[in-house]
Ligand binder design. Structure first.
Ligand code: PLP
Length: 399
């Protein structure tokens, strides 16, 4: 599996980057695409050489409202004028508002929010809480998972030990079980298990959704064994599945839910969401962060949740996702997997070649850990007209 993470790119395109010698000053860890976006509007980014590119990748699923969304822009601008930053050392009503809005957006029962900066930080904290609350040594994770690049998040990332993981050992024991294998899950979860962590739709793996039965079983088996369930909705959450969270579609809720990426529409933000019961077991110093919960991020979170709710974006995601599924099996695409706006287009030829051919036609898409799967993570404001553009371009690309 390619553990370069959420990289829509290809080493061979690195040299063609048009930026002002960025690579002279930064380590060469990101092979980059040969475009330089300078501005954006709606679902399009505009480049230095005057191209207008339909962005179906959204900066690794971050640009949930697309570009230049009036509500997000106004919220960030107004907050920047008032107060860019203060930390958790002081109470802030905008932090309370953002936490309340996110708790309201999350499934019932998950009503306490700790704001951080990124997906990995959210997962690191969720795992730490599970290990600490249970006093147990082992975490169960799912084959194909990607949870981030920090020590704990890396430990539960499939294949990380053989790839970039790089630490001499994992900070706890990990057992991986195959996707959707209920028997393996039942066998793995026991009284040593602190947590089961899973992505309801595995993003980096190529938009592979786990079955509702498996998701529910993960919550129930873990609870019965006295452990905690963690849903990593860093990529598939915040409306991307066509629901607030995938967990929102189940009859059971996980004990901890993490999210980030689209949470603040581009301003760095992540969150650990949990129950009042678990949060009530925490005291001063049990969690900490410098930037997490800063007012700029909180203003952006409020704008994102407000826009999703007021503009009917969940219904839009469901509708346009259905159209994508129906119409995108054309040219090199042989099938569509995933949910909502986290879709994998299975291709008859390397997804990287299809990605490059689309970029030549002014459409930006991503690759994934599966070399045959092209990943779409468009802004939630994508419309039918954009699907037309994609279908036309795919039709021009040989199978
Ligand atoms: C499911 C999932 N979890 C965690 C992460 C890590 O998030 P971040 O890069 O914000 O640390 C990612 C990033 O791709 C992800 O897709």
């Amino acid at each position: 599996m390619d553990l370069s993470g959420d990289l829509p790119m290809d080493p061979t395109t690195h040299a063609a980057a048009t930026g002002p010698a960025e690579q002279d000053w930064t380590p060469p860890v990101y092979p980059q695409l040969p475009i330089e976006p300078v501005s954006g509007e709606g679902c399009f980014v505009l480049t230095t050489d005057g191209r207008r590119i339909l962005d179906l990748y959204g900066g690794h699923a971050v640009a949930s409202l697309g570009y230049g969304h009036p509500r997000l822009t106004a919220a960030i601008t107004a907050q920047a004028r008032r107060l860019v930053f203060q930390s958790n050392a002081v109470p802030m009503s905008i932090r309370g508002e953002a936490a309340r809005a996110l708790a309201g957006f999350a499934p019932a029962g998950l009503d306490r929010v700790f704001l951080v900066n990124s997906g990995a930080e959210a997962n690191e904290n969720a795992l730490r809480l599970a290990l600490r609350f249970t006093g147990r040594p082992r975490v169960v994770a799912i084959e194909g998972a990607f949870h981030g690049r920090t020590a704990a998040a890396g430990a539960v990332t499939w294949g990380a030990a053989a790839g970039w993981y790089g630490f001499p050992r994992t900070p706890f024991d990990v057992t991986f079980v195959p996707r959707d294998d209920l028997d393996a899950l039942a066998a793995a979860v026991d009284h040593d298990t602190a947590a089961v962590i899973l992505e309801p739709v595995q993003g980096v793996a190529g938009a592979v959704d786990l079955s509702p039965e498996f998701l529910a079983a993960a919550c129930e088996l873990t609870r019965d064994a006295g452990g905690l369930s963690i849903f990593d909705e860093v990529q598939c959450g915040m409306g991307r599945s066509g629901h607030p969270f995938v967990a929102s579609t189940l009859d059971v809720v996980p004990d901890l839910l993490t999210t980030a990426k689209g949470l603040a529409g581009g301003v760095p933000a992540g969150a650990v969401i949990t129950s009042a019961g678990l949060a009530g077991r925490l005291g001063p110093g049990d969690l900490g962060t410098t930037f997490g919960g800063g007012p700029l991020a909180c203003a952006a979170i409020l704008a994102v949740i407000g826009a999703i709710e007021d503009e009917g974006l969940l219904a839009r995601v469901q509708r346009v996702s259905e159209t994508l599924r129906e119409r995108c099996v054309v040219g090199p695409v042989t099938g569509v997997q995933g949910r909502g706006f986290l879709l994998g287009l299975r291709c008859s030829r390397p997804a990287r070649e299809v990605r490059d051919a689309l970029l030549e036609r002014d459409i930006l898409a991503g690759t994934s850990g599966d070399p045959a799967v092209l990943r779409l993570l468009p802004p939630l404001v994508l419309g039918e007209e954009h699907v037309d553009q994609l279908v036309e371009a795919l039709g021009e690309i040989p199978a």
